[in-house]
Design a protein around this ligand. Structure first.
Ligand code: FAD
Length: 503
């Protein structure tokens, strides 16, 4: 069966989707499968998006890019999780590392700890590795391997260029430049073709399936097919970001091996270490903070003059399209929705969505409505779970500024999260709470955030939880031994990257 795919948009979402779909079908005969990508020369990409999720390791490997090339081309660093500073209260911090707690799935260590806030340190070694600024793998380990689970910090523009080159040169994606001027629908409301313009010349493109990667514009799914946008700004209030590229003091400066998210009076600042610079940005709510105040927060954070640095200002509305797939069009990336980058979920959702499209585009006409319905159900659920997980970071705060108080107002907390918190107050989050097909975050992520924020379940009422005292003690001691050993064995982050890339 012949299938043609047309991806509209050449940002991270467009090129990553192209790579995932094209590599999935790379062995199909050329007369059965064609994939095109068109991007406007006069519409820039959003230009941010530097934190990723560990799923990207497998994705990069499966599309055929080696890890060394990724690091060299994208000035990449390892990301081993996130450190949240000043979220629960001033001068408080905790880690959400990517490696799951020791004994995960067999025993929950939290009930056995005197202070649940030490959970990340007692249950796993990765927080200590992050604090010490070490790489997640020893020099003897192979590419894509690591004693600690990891993702990447990447230069977003450079990643786009690398993916574009790989898609065109290796995966056979046909690249066009042109600005979509009109989306033509047939009498059933499906997309029939696109009318475009390039340097004053009109042309048109058509395909069996269209992937809308046009960013916040959502040109196909939102504007042409009129799929409504579901705002969630009553739950997640941030609507503005100021992003900066900050040079290191010198080329030997340490590179943080985790994202640092520091709470501010009405938002938070991200700090991402690449090999050639840091990416720093302030996400905030314009209802609570002016741009001038946000700029002052940034200057304070950087601790050096920032007037000469170029600022990328981005306005956004938190929310998502009510359907990600309609007729012969799927929205992937910002065109499908966006929530603030607190847990770097955007690129992960691109990976998940593109893989689904890749696996299902050959469904026959009768199956397509089922495929479409399932995808929409899954994406809707994922957006809801991401919303809840991000809100969790805010809802347990003890900070007293109006912005943070508003986040703890029950009226702004989704019922689903309120229900989860009731259940977890009783016995903490368990692995079985997260066994669904469309689940993105494991119980471990919730444990790290909940306990890190100081949420203490009523373990005292759950006597049965204490019958594994000896096992818990053994695991905690094992973690102490592993921590000591890894602190000795693992190399400093920058040293590791420099040495590895020079071999
Ligand atoms: P864009 O980059 O906006 O690309 C849109 C493309 O569509 C462009 O190529 C443009 O030319 C094309 N286009 C538009 N109109 C037309 C037209 N008429 N005709 C033809 N082509 C057209 N994600 C993460 O995973 N981790 C992060 O740490 C992270 N941080 C972020 C921080 C901020 C402040 C923001 C706003 C986002 C962040 N994201 C993050 C999200 C991430 O940036 C995006 O998911 C990612 O860049 C994908 O964007 P996109 O490709 O959907 O859209």
């Amino acid at each position: 069966m012949q299938k043609s795919i047309l991806i509209v948009g050449g940002g991270t979402a467009g090129w990553l989707s192209a790579a995932i779909i094209a590599s999935h079908h790379k062995n199909r005969p050329k007369d059965q499968f064609t994939i095109h990508l068109v991007e406007a020369a006069d519409v820039p990409t959003v230009g941010v998006g530097e934190g990723t999720w560990p799923t990207l390791r497998n994705t990069i490997r499966s599309i055929g890019i080696d890890e060394k090339t990724l690091f060299k081309r994208c000035f990449a660093g390892f990301k081993q999780g996130a450190k949240f500073v000043n979220w629960a209260s001033d001068n408080h911090q905790y880690y959400h590392p990517f490696t799951v707690p020791l004994g995960y799935g067999n025993i929950d260590l939290a009930p056995y700890l005197e202070d649940v806030q030490s959970f990340a340190d007692d249950a796993n070694y990765q927080a200590a590795i992050c604090d010490a600024g070490l790489a997640p793998r020893a020099p003897t380990e192979a590419e894509f391997q690591g004693v600690c689970n990891y993702a990447y910090h990447l230069d977003a523009g450079a990643l786009g260029d690398l993916l574009k080159e790989h898609c065109r040169d290796v995966l056979g994606v046909q690249h066009h430049t042109g600005t979509v001027k009109e989306v033509v629908l047939d009498d059933q409301g499906h997309i029939a073709n696109l009318n475009l313009e390039r340097e004053g010349e009109a042309f048109s493109l058509s395909a069996d399936m269209y992937v809308d990667c046009t960013g916040f514009r959502s040109l196909l799914l939102g504007q042409a097919l009129k799929v409504p946008f579901k705002s969630i700004d009553d739950v997640l209030f941030n609507d503005t970001a100021l992003a900066l590229r900050v040079p290191y003091k010198d080329e030997h400066a340490p590179i943080a091996c985790h994202t640092i998210a520091t709470g501010q009076n009405a938002g938070w600042i991200w700090d991402i270490g690449l090999t050639h610079r840091r990416g720093i940005g302030h996400v905030f709510s314009s209802a609570f903070l002016s741009e001038d105040e946000a700029f002052d927060n940034l200057a304070n954070y950087v601790g050096a003059p920032i007037d000469d640095l170029q600022i990328n200002r981005i306005k956004f509305q938190a929310g998502y399209r009510q359907k990600a797939w309609k007729h012969n069009c799927v929205g992937i990336g910002l065109s499908g929705g966006f929530v603030e980058p607190l847990e770097a979920t955007a690129i992960m959702l691109v990976e998940v969505a593109a893989r689904y499209v890749a696996e299902n585009i050959y469904a026959d006409e009768k199956l397509l409505p089922i495929v479409e319905k399932r995808f929409n159900q899954q994406m809707d659920y994922r957006w809801q779970r991401i919303t809840d997980f991000l809100k969790l970071h805010y809802s347990l705060t003890k900070r007293d500024e109006p912005y943070w108080r508003a986040h703890t107002d029950e009226a702004t907390i989704p019922i689903s999260l309120q229900e989860d918190l009731c259940v977890w107050k009783n016995r903490g989050p368990q692995k079985s709470d997260f066994d669904g097909v469309a689940e993105l975050f494991p119980a471990a992520s919730y444990q790290y955030v909940l306990y890190g924020m100081g949420f203490k379940p009523d373990f005292d009422t759950q006597a049965y939880l204490y019958d594994q005292q000896q096992t818990a003690k053994r695991i905690i001691e094992k973690n102490q031994t592993l921590t000591r050993q890894l602190l000795q064995d693992l190399p400093p982050h920058r040293n590791y990257i420099n040495h590895w890339l020079s071999t």
